[in-house]
Write a protein that binds this ligand. Structure first.
Ligand code: HEC
Ligand code: HEC
Length: 235
């Protein structure tokens, strides 16, 4: 009898809040799904980015970037500005926990030539010292699937979205906590190289085990304020 009562109490005070957090979260993210797709799997046209399964620290940093005017998109800013960091953190953790399969790459609007594909692959996996460009996989993980907790994957994203982010960095419309390594990288990419690397990245199939891998070390001369783990600052 006592035991049953204890379990009842546990249900009322222990498990009930958990259950209500989950359903509260489903409610909380409904407005996000209007643009970011069901459970944050990305909008249909390639413009609204996927949120599902991206590293929690990365998602949280972006919400802070929109709130604090480091990254500009009016609707995102309006939605994020009134929310507390804690509330944003909870949404970031929730989206990061959603493991949803990726669609196969769509090359509908982009058909890179074989020369572009070769150049794109070189930039992604080897870099180009002559243009002062480290390989993208130095920081984005060996398989380019990002690394916990602050570096996003480069696969599974449409080339239009990738290209828009690189030009936003070049134009100063997208920034992050200084020093902003991606801003340096974007500014070293010529328009042709940006098209080549985004075309190649968008054409890759996302590995079936889409979890991110351990970060490598960023080059000494290129610091990323939003990803201290790349510099060994986090243990
Ligand atoms: C009106 C459409 C719209 C709604 C609603 C919306 N977003 Fe966004 N969101 C966008 C667009 C567009 C971008 C990409 C902007 C850019 O390219 O800088 C974005 C980007 C983001 C990013 C950065 C993703 C990345 O990979 O860099 C996060 C995180 C995010 N949104 C979270 C949310 C959350 C959480 C909600 C719900 C509370 C939400 N968004 C609701 C349109 C929307
Ligand atoms: C020195 C480390 C480093 C290197 C090298 C690097 N990146 Fe990044 N990249 C980052 C970090 C850190 C972020 C997260 C930035 C933020 O928090 O806003 C990022 C974010 C991005 C994003 C945003 C993804 C999204 O979901 O919005 C794109 C696109 C990107 N990088 C492309 C590239 C490409 C292409 C290359 C190779 C030419 C490259 N990066 C090389 C560190 C790096």
């Amino acid at each position: 009898m006592k035991k049953t009562f204890g379990m009842l109490l546990a249900c009322l005070f222990g498990l009930a809040p958990l259950a209500s957090l989950a359903s509260d979260m489903a409610e909380r993210i409904k407005p996000c799904e209007a643009c970011h797709g069901n459970q944050g799997r990305a909008g249909p046209d390639g413009y609204y980015p996927r949120l599902a399964g991206k590293p929690a620290g990365y998602l949280y940093n972006q919400m802070q970037n929109f709130s604090q005017d480091r990254r500009h998109y009016t609707m995102m800013r309006r939605m994020m500005a009134p929310l507390s960091p804690q509330y944003q953190r909870e949404m970031a953790d929730y989206f990061a926990s959603l493991q949803i399969p990726y669609l196969p790459p769509s090359l509908k609007n982009t058909a890179p030539s074989s020369a572009q594909m070769a150049r794109g692959k070189q930039l992604a996996l080897l870099g180009d010292p002559a243009s002062d460009l480290p390989a993208c996989n130095t920081c984005h993980g060996k398989n380019l699937m990002g690394s916990q907790t602050n570096v996003p994957s480069l696969l599974g994203l449409p080339s239009a979205y990738l290209g828009a982010q690189l030009s936003a960095w070049t134009l100063g419309e997208r920034t992050t906590v200084a020093p902003d390594c991606m801003s340096d990288i974007a500014k070293h990419l010529s328009a042709d190289d940006a098209a080549a690397v985004t075309g190649w990245l968008a054409a890759q199939t996302v590995p079936s085990k889409s979890t991110s891998n351990k970060p490598n070390r960023a080059p000494e001369n290129l610091r990323c304020g939003s990803a201290p783990e790349l510099h060994g600052a986090l243990k």
